[in-house]
Design a protein around this ligand. Structure first.
Ligand SMILES: [Zn+2]
Ligand SMILES: [Zn+2]
Length: 272
């Protein structure tokens, strides 16, 4: 399984418009909006995207497999614009693949996609093309990607990781020994129990100061110390976090993400 961090920035991206600082010259301090790509069977062999960020076009052009560009399934964490509003950029995949792409997420989030992007489901104009997707609400239980066009994906098991994000729920997702948890203010006990035996946890870590709907650096380190993953990678970082100095300040097992970070884990496909 190959995992690529497509973006590790906060909602406005890094640097923020009009607030560029000297450390933003380093590519590791330039962050697109948060999302990751998971390729369970290797590069270009079927891909699962977590969140359609407003930077999806640029992320796909830069980080997807150049010759075997494809998208098989999308998991949505929650409905905030920085995680969803690149939804129209799935159209080139539709043009290439000629089939619907299944989206998965909490029912509230699927309903929000239906109402916020109503033009997708109730076309009112001809021309330009519309995203071709199906909405598949999931509960808290582990599910499989059975709506994917490629049957190879049907065996991939995904475990939702419901967390609190201020007043709303945000789903993290676990596939095999990888967990991705962004945009959280608290991880409930029930979800903590789903985070055992991880190789890698990718975790929200907004900024040094506290925030009402995100965990800050101190809280992220605290969770990382409780969760015994072999490696913890911090994401959704704002413009104040400087990659090099932050990396050096962190305890063992913990590192900041950077856009384009890529690593391998064992293939997660269930044997049955
Ligand atoms: Zn966000
Ligand atoms: Zn959010």
């Amino acid at each position: 399984m190959v995992i690529t961090i497509l973006g590790c920035g906060t909602s406005i991206g890094v640097p923020m418009i009009g607030r560029e600082m000297p450390h933003h010259k380093d590519p590791k301090n330039r962050r697109l909006r948060a999302s990751i790509l998971i390729e369970p069977f290797g590069r270009g062999e079927g891909s699962i995207l977590i969140d359609t960020s407003p930077d999806l076009r640029q992320q796909a052009l830069t980080y997807f497999h150049k010759k075997k560009t494809r998208l098989d399934a999308v998991l949505i964490t929650h409905e905030h614009a920085d995680h969803l509003h690149g939804i129209d950029d799935i159209r080139p995949f539709n043009f290439l693949q000629r089939y619907q792409i299944p989206f998965y997420g909490e029912k509230r989030v699927m309903d929000t996609i239906h109402s916020r992007f109503h033009y997708i489901f109730y076309p009112t104009q001809i021309g330009g093309g519309l995203p071709q997707l199906s909405l598949n609400p999931v509960g808290k239980r582990t599910f499989r990607l059975k709506e994917a066009h490629d049957p190879k994906l049907h065996k991939v098991e995904v475990t939702p990781l419901p967390c609190e994000h201020g007043k709303i729920t945000c789903y993290g997702y676990r596939i095999g020994s990888l967990a991705y948890i962004t945009d959280i203010s608290r991880i409930p006990e029930e979800t903590m129990r789903r985070l055992k035996d991880l190789d890698v946890l990718i975790l929200d870590c907004l900024r040094p100061k506290p925030h009402p709907t995100h965990i800050n650096v101190e809280q992220a380190i605290d969770y990382a110390q409780q969760i015994k993953a072999k490696k913890i990678i911090f994401t959704h970082m704002n413009q104040e976090i400087e990659y090099d100095s932050f990396r050096k300040s962190l305890p063992p097992r913990m590192v900041p993400a950077f856009d384009g970070m890529r690593f391998n884990l064992p293939c997660p496909v269930a044997q049955d």
